[in-house]
Write a protein that binds this ligand. Structure first.
Ligand code: IPD
Ligand code: CA
Ligand code: CA
Length: 255
């Protein structure tokens, strides 16, 4: 099943890659929240192919505007056709197609593909996490001062003072911070041991679903911002190698 999902995501990546190197029509979902015809085209392609593979599943895609209260909890496929749309529009090669499949009986699958850098991340619950066929693991860094941290910022700016307070603590207490612009890839880079920890305060299920499984299968942990177990309904998360998680939670408690 993971191979079949991966093949579909690889094909979707070709649409994204074509768009990346073409002129695009950019529309606005909000003041700075962009969408292009390639987001829509890629989502339509994924929905059609994945629905055939999983006929009984509900597909929740970013561009489909399904009401959050109507999301089911199992047998659901979350799709982010282009994670990192701002990067996509500006030509920053940090973009991904992200698919997370949450099943009741057959476990879970996560596939995240960056078609520009040619990196395919995939995981199935209980089977480990892979990048281009090689197994990946989280880092072994055990202190925040030696950690490279990743984050992202929401389109809505209403909790900016809180975000800035966290940022100050992170800058003071870690090796550095990166904001690369695609949550799914931030999760995969954490899974791969490039980042030691990634946090973000407001995300949607399609940003997280694919990458969550990949981090956990790479030996990492993912929690809510308060340290409790993260399920797909919450909006903030901390994903880490597990070793620096508590130190980071303590740091957040000081904010
Ligand atoms: C966004 C990216 C970004 C994150 C935002 C997301 P989009 O997704 O993942 O890194 O900081 O919170 O909304 O809009 O490019 O699919
Ligand atoms: Ca996204
Ligand atoms: Ca998107």
């Amino acid at each position: 099943m993971l191979k079949q999902i991966s093949d579909i995501v690889l094909e979707a990546g070709e649409i994204v890659k074509t768009g990346f190197y073409s002129n695009k029509n950019v529309e606005y979902k909000g003041e700075v929240d962009l969408v292009t015809e390639y987001d829509v085209k890629t989502e339509e392609f994924l929905k059609e192919k994945l629905q055939k593979l999983f006929p009984d599943f509900t597909i929740v895609g970013e561009e489909s505007n399904l009401d959050k209260k109507d999301y089911p909890h199992e047998n659901v496929i979350y799709i982010d056709p282009i994670d990192g749309t701002t990067n996509f529009v500006h030509g920053v090669p940090f973009v991904a197609v992200s698919v997370g499949v949450i099943t009741e009986t057959e476990g879970k699958y996560g596939v995240v593909y960056n078609p520009i850098l040619n990196e395919l991340y995939s995981a199935e619950t209980g089977m480990g996490a892979y990048c281009n066929g090689s197994q990946i693991k989280v880092s072994a860094t055990s202190s925040l001062i030696n950690s490279l941290i990743a984050t992202g910022f929401p389109y809505k700016k209403d909790n900016l003072p809180y975000l800035m307070q966290i940022l100050e603590q992170v800058i003071l207490n870690t090796r550095g911070i990166r904001r690369a612009g695609a949550a799914s890839l931030d999760l995969c880079y954490t899974a791969r041991g490039i980042y030691d920890l990634y946090y973000e305060t407001r995300l949607q299920p399609w940003d997280m679903a694919g990458g969550l499984i990949i981090v956990r299968e790479a030996g990492g942990i993912v929690t809510k911002l308060d340290g409790r177990y993260h399920d797909i309904d919450c909006d903030g998360l901390i994903a880490s190698n597990g070793l620096v998680h508590v130190e980071f939670l303590n740091l957040l408690n000081e904010v």
